[in-house]
Ligand binder design. Structure first.
Ligand code: SF4
Length: 348
C-alpha cells in the first residue's frame, strides 16, 4: 500500500480533512432539508453509526434557512450542497453551514464565485469543488476524455478560487464509471495540494453500489489517494456509513466496531453457517468495540483459518468449539452458540 498523499488540511467544523488526519466518513441526508425534524432525526442516526460529516441538499431558500435550526440540534459538521443558484450558497453560509459543495458544472461565473468565496472566507468555511461527470461544463477541447474533462473543470474552478485568494478547498471528481473515476482522481491528485473527497457517484442499490464504490474507493485509497469518503447508495444513508467503514477497515485504515470473519461454508460444514453468520452479524451491530469475531464451519480448519480472530466458534455436528486467538477454550451446544459467543464478546 502506498503512503498517504500529503494534502493541505481543511477544517469542516471541528473535523479535519486531509493533512494526514484519519480518513473521514461522510454521508448525505435523504430527507427534505426544510423538514427540520426529519433531517435532524436522520443526522442523529447517522452520527450514531459513526458518520463524521453530513451533507444536506439545499435546493431552495427554505432548505438554506432550515440549516440554522438543524445546526442547533446536531453536533456533527454540516455541509450545504449547492447547485445552480449562488444565492443559496450565501444563504447557507448565513445560516451557519460548516462547509459548502459547489458544482463547477452549474456555478462557474467569476462574479458569483467571488461573492461565495468572500462570504466563505469571512466565516472560515471550506468549499468543495465537487465535479460530477453527469453535469460537466462545456469542454475547451472536445477531444478530451470524460476523466480529463472532469479534471479540467475542477482545475478551472480551483484556479478561480485561488485567484480570489481562497484556499480552503476540497475537491472531488466523481463519475459512475469506475475506471473514469480512478483516472480522474489519479490525475488531479498530482496537480493540486488540496484534500480529496473520493467516491463513485450514483453507484446504485446496495448490492451493486457497494461493489462499484469499493472497486473505485479502495483502489484509490490503496494508492494513498483520498482524505474523506462517501459511498453513494440508493439506500438509507446509514448503509453508506456502514459500507464506508467496512472499506476503511478492510484496508486497515480505520478501526470502527467489530470485524466479522465467517467462512463461506463447504461440504464439510454440519451447521447452517450462512444463517449463523447473518445472525451474528446482526448481533454485532449492537457492539461498538473493535473486536474480530469468527464464525467457522468446521473444527478441522476453523480455528486455524481464523487464527487472528479475538473470539470465534468452529462448528461441528450440534456443537462448536469456542476459540480465542486460535486456541480452543471450551465446547458449546448449538442452542447456545449465539448466547455464549455474544457473552464472550461482551466480556472481551
Ligand atoms: S472452515 Fe470448514 S466448513 Fe468452513 S469453508 Fe473452511 S473447511 Fe469448509
Amino acid at each position: 500500500m502506498k503512503p498517504r498523499r500529503i494534502s493541505k488540511p481543511v477544517r469542516i467544523g471541528d473535523v479535519t480533512v486531509g493533512g494526514g488526519a484519519p480518513i473521514v466518513v461522510q454521508s448525505m441526508t435523504k430527507t427534505n432539508t426544510a423538514d427540520v425534524r426529519a433531517t435532524v432525526e436522520q443526522i442523529k442516526e447517522l452520527k450514531g453509526c459513526g458518520c463524521e460529516i453530513v451533507r444536506v441538499a439545499v435546493p431552495d431558500n427554505e432548505a438554506a434557512e432550515a440549516i440554522r435550526a438543524i445546526k442547533k440540534k446536531v453536533s456533527i459538521p454540516l455541509i450545504a450542497d449547492i447547485h445552480f443558484d449562488h444565492r443559496l450558497a450565501l444563504a447557507a453560509l448565513e445560516s451557519g453551514c460548516d462547509g459548502l459543495r459547489l458544482n463547477p458544472g452549474n456555478i462557474s461565473q467569476r462574479d458569483k464565485v467571488k461573492e461565495i468565496a468572500n462570504a466563505a472566507k469571512e466565516r472560515n468555511v471550506p468549499i468543495r469543488v465537487g465535479v460530477n461527470a453527469g453535469s460537466l461544463p462545456k469542454p475547451k477541447n472536445p477531444k478530451l476524455s470524460v476523466s480529463e474533462r472532469m479534471v479540467e473543470a475542477a482545475l478551472a474552478q480551483i484556479k478561480m478560487l485561488e485567484e480570489l485568494d481562497f484556499e480552503l478547498i476540497k475537491v472531488s471528481v466523481k463519475a459512475f464509471d469506475v475506471p473514469t473515476t480512478i483516472e480522474a482522481y489519479r490525475s488531479i491528485a498530482q496537480k493540486i495540494p488540496y484534500p480529496l473527497h473520493i467516491g463513485v457517484t450514483e453507484s446504485g442499490p446496495p448490492r451493486t453500489g457497494i461493489i462499484r464504490s469499493t472497486a473505485g474507493i479502495s483502489t484509490l485509497l490503496y494508492e494513498g489517494i483520498g482524505d474523506t469518503i462517501r459511498v453513494s447508495l440508493s439506500a438509507h444513508p446509514r448503509e453508506e456509513v456502514i459500507a464506508a467503514y467496512e472499506i476503511l477497515k478492510s484496508l486497515n485504515l480505520r478501526q470502527h466496531g467489530p470485524i466479522l470473519v465467517s467462512c463461506p461454508s463447504c461440504g464439510r460444514a454440519e451447521v447452517d453457517i450462512v444463517k449463523l453468520a447473518a445472525e451474528v452479524e446482526k448481533e454485532l451491530l449492537k457492539v461498538d468495540k473493535p473486536i474480530k469475531v469468527a464464525v467457522m464451519g468446521c473444527i478441522v480448519n476453523g480455528p486455524g483459518e481464523a487464527k487472528d480472530a479475538d473470539i470465534g466458534i468452529a462448528c461441528g455436528k450440534g456443537r462448536a468449539v469456542l476459540f480465542k486467538k486460535g486456541k480452543k477454550v471450551k465446547t458449546i451446544k448449538e442452542k447456545d452458540f449465539i448466547k455464549v459467543l455474544m457473552g464472550e464478546v461482551g466480556r472481551f
